[in-house]
Write a protein that binds this ligand. Structure first.
Ligand SMILES: [Zn+2]
Length: 263
């Protein structure tokens, strides 16, 4: 009898905490941090643009409306996810990354001021230390988001990437901020984060030729998000990030739907 009572109490507590969670999530504001995919989506100068073609759209022979399209896309364009396989032989591909590594508390490191003075700015260890001085140690399981202020230029391709050229000529002219490899190394060795995101086309800055930050993060199993939207609306601390990439088996990257949840 006593045993049953304890079970009942435990179940009650469980049910209560469940409804608390759904209430909190329903009340929270959700910020969509993904850009749309269309013909203007930002891709690497050597990549093929996003395609979305009509299979059928209209009133069909049976007299009802029907719409269906087909799309094709490179893995690494628009708001997207980098899996460890991207720059690390034997690294995990997308489908191998467990759900527990697709969300976490947001740590937004704002370097807008520095980036406005240098389009090749590298977010350094000092920037991360400055965040910690104000907000405390970067929590385990965090998603670090680097706010360079570049996101607002996304629809101005020249300003956002530094070039309108395609191919290798375009690659040479890329200019946008990224993460300093030394800072990436420091994070990988000293903090336990699940991902690092940025509001530019790449986690390495535009002038990088060796992609050391990618290589360090991928070798450490830290995933990356690139071309993030609306980072200016996410506070430096207090938001929670959920980031779900398309589950491409064997994929090195994929389109990403990412949201910040604000309590
Ligand atoms: Zn990528």
């Amino acid at each position: 009898m006593k045993h049953n009572l304890i079970l009942l109490l435990l179940f009650g507590l469980y049910a209560c905490s469940q409804s608390d969670l759904s209430m909190q999530l329903q009340k929270a504001s959700w910020i969509d941090l993904s850009h749309e995919y269309d013909s203007n989506t930002v891709y690497w100068p050597t990549n093929v643009k996003f395609r979305h073609d009509t299979v059928f759209c209209g009133i069909n022979s049976q007299n009802y409306f029907y719409a269906s399209f087909k799309y094709s896309a490179e893995e690494h364009g628009g708001t997207h996810f980098d899996a460890p396989l991207h720059f690390h032989q034997g690294g995990e591909s997308i489908e191998k990354i467990g759900m527990e590594r697709l969300h976490g508390p947001a740590v937004v490191v704002d370097v807008t001021e520095h980036a406005s003075q240098s389009r090749d700015y590298l977010v350094g260890k000092t920037d991360l230390e400055n965040w910690e001085k104000i907000h405390g140690r970067i929590p385990d399981g965090a998603v670090i988001l680097l706010r360079t202020g570049w996101g607002k230029f996304y629809h101005d391709h020249l300003k956002y990437t530094g070039t309108l050229k395609t191919g290798v000529d375009g690659v040479r002219e890329l200019h946008f901020p990224g993460l300093d490899p030394q800072a990436a190394k420091w994070i990988a060795e000293n903090r336990k984060v699940v991902a690092i995101g940025i509001d530019t086309p790449s986690i390495d800055n535009g002038q990088s030729t060796e992609f050391l930050t990618h290589r360090i993060l991928c070798a450490s199993g830290i995933t990356a998000y690139e071309n993030i939207a609306r980072l200016d609306e996410v506070p430096e601390k207090g938001a929670y990030i959920v980031a779900f990439p398309m589950k491409i088996k064997g994929g090195s990257g994929a389109p990403l739907r990412i949201a910040a949840i604000l309590p």
